[in-house]
Design a protein around this ligand. Structure first.
Ligand code: GLU
Length: 448
């Protein structure tokens, strides 16, 4: 018996943001932990708005996040399957053709709201005679299709929210296919979930009412309903949805802004749960933290400003092996020794490049006039090579009595002379990376 099958089903009509990444990660990591399968299902039946470049970008974003899909499916390739299901449901009187235009439907809704009624579709199309239909058709109108809900109390045990029950009599019969023949995910999702043996549907709580209608569809289609888990949605601190800040919170922009994928993943998954939002070193560690019962029922408020600290903290704990390739690509050398020396001072991985230059590229002297003699003295006391692992301590032990300086007066000029910077990683770790020849020249005030 294989593990769970889950799917992330975005429509490729735009880039995905960190809120969508929450859904993707919850699915992928759930599958990973249980040895299951993670499907990327592109809900691309809306041909006018779906674009290949967005489908491509979504795939790349998932790869960047560390959750490449095990399989990719496209709804646009499965239309024949949906049409067959429509025919079957037609024979069972579970779908019906409707002819209202958008404007007519809108007027109906407004009238209902004006009378204080919920804007539920009145099933007027069900009462139409064959002549009515023929009149519409001869006038050039094409039908759109609705699924006829079996009005009853639908119940399920949601992995996040526990027992949920919804009376489908309070819902509009869902539109499943538009007049132009395009399919909505309302029913195509159900057909896909059945055909793809999806065992768990993990998605945002904005889909809770859809689930009630879709459970009715699973029954009508004779399929086994998956288990559902509806997670809360990420919002900005004021409660607004992420769409408002969409651009800067797309996975692509967060990546371009130099954020660590693991930091984004931790923020996406842990915000809005009873767990602390803290850095993780691997996605497996993040997967281990996932527990649907720990997801809050309120909104998952998230402050984009926290991502900077989370990215920095993630870097500070990153092993050399996990970043070696990216350091190579940045032209940063020095191996593990260099990485361990500088990682605690990085806000972004690209900062490593600056530190690599500090230890390996010529730098103009920044020594203040009043420190020149002190630096010369320190230079004369630099231990001879080969250096032991304790070169820094040996050197300081020699400088202190000779210069009669301590604290900032002692360290700051050495830092300026050796690195040209006010702050940075410990000199103890940097000195061996700079090496004797360069350190010596820099202490003499030369460009080196
Ligand atoms: N395309 C739908 C959405 O992104 C899919 C919903 C689902 O997961 O079934 O909202």
């Amino acid at each position: 018996m294989s593990g769970p099958v889950v799917r992330f089903a975005p429509s490729p009509t735009g880039l995905i943001h960190i809120g969508n990444a929450r859904t993707a990660l919850l699915n992928a990591l759930y599958a990973r932990k249980a040895g299951g399968t993670f499907i990327l299902r592109l809900d691309d039946t809306d041909r006018a708005r779906s674009e290949e470049r967005f489908a491509e970008a979504i795939k790349q974003d998932l790869v960047w996040l560390g959750i490449p899909p095990d399989k990719i499916e496209k709804q646009s390739a499965r239309v024949a399957r949906y049409e067959a299901a429509l025919e079957k449901l037609c024979g069972m009187n579970r779908v019906y053709a409707c002819y209202e235009t958008e404007e007519e439907l809108d007027r109906k809704r407004k009238r209902q709201l004006g009378r204080g009624l919920p804007p539920v579709y009145d099933r007027a199309a069900l009462a139409m005679s064959d002549e009515d239909r023929a009149k519409y058709e001869s006038g050039g109108r094409k039908p759109y299709w609705r699924f006829k809900l079996d009005h009853r109390l639908v119940k399920w045990n949601d992995l996040v929210r526990g027992e949920i029950s919804i009376d489908t009599a309070s819902l509009s019969d869902p539109v499943i296919c538009r007049a132009d023949g395009t399919w909505l995910y309302s029913m195509s999702s159900v057909i896909d979930d059945i055909d793809m043996n999806v065992t768990h549907v993990i998605r945002g709580e904005d889909h809770i009412t859809n689930t009630a209608a879709q459970l009715d569809m699973f029954d009508a289609l004779g399929g086994k309903a998956p288990v559902f888990a509806h997670h809360n949605l990420l919002t900005l601190p004021g409660g607004e949805g992420l769409s408002k800040r969409f651009g800067s919170l797309s996975i692509q922009s967060l990546c371009q802004a130099g954020h660590e994928a693991l930091a984004i993943a931790a923020a996406a998954v842990l915000t809005g749960t009873s767990l602390a939002v803290e850095p993780v070193q691997t996605l497996d560690a993040l997967a281990d933290k996932i527990d649907f019962k720990k997801i809050s029922h309120g909104p998952a408020r998230f402050d984009p400003a926290d991502l900077d600290a989370l990215t920095a903290k993630t870097l500070h704990g990153e092993t050399y092996a996990s970043v070696a390739e990216r350091l190579d690509a940045l032209g940063v050398g020095g191996g593990e020794k260099f990485w361990l020396a500088v990682r605690g001072n990085l806000a972004r991985l690209s900062d490593a490049k600056d530190w690599w230059e500090v230890v390996s590229a010529p730098m103009a002297s920044q020594i203040a006039n009043e420190d020149r003699d002190f630096c010369k003295l320190a230079e004369a006391l630099l231990p001879a090579e080969p250096w032991s692992g304790k070169v820094w301590d040996e050197w300081l032990a020699a400088i202190k009595p000779a210069a009669n300086r301590k604290g900032r007066e002692l360290f700051h000029p050495l830092r300026i002379a050796l690195t040209g910077r006010e702050n940075g990683p410990e000199l103890r770790a940097l000195l061996p990376l700079i090496g004797r020849a360069r350190a010596s020249a820099r202490l003499r005030g030369e460009t080196a």
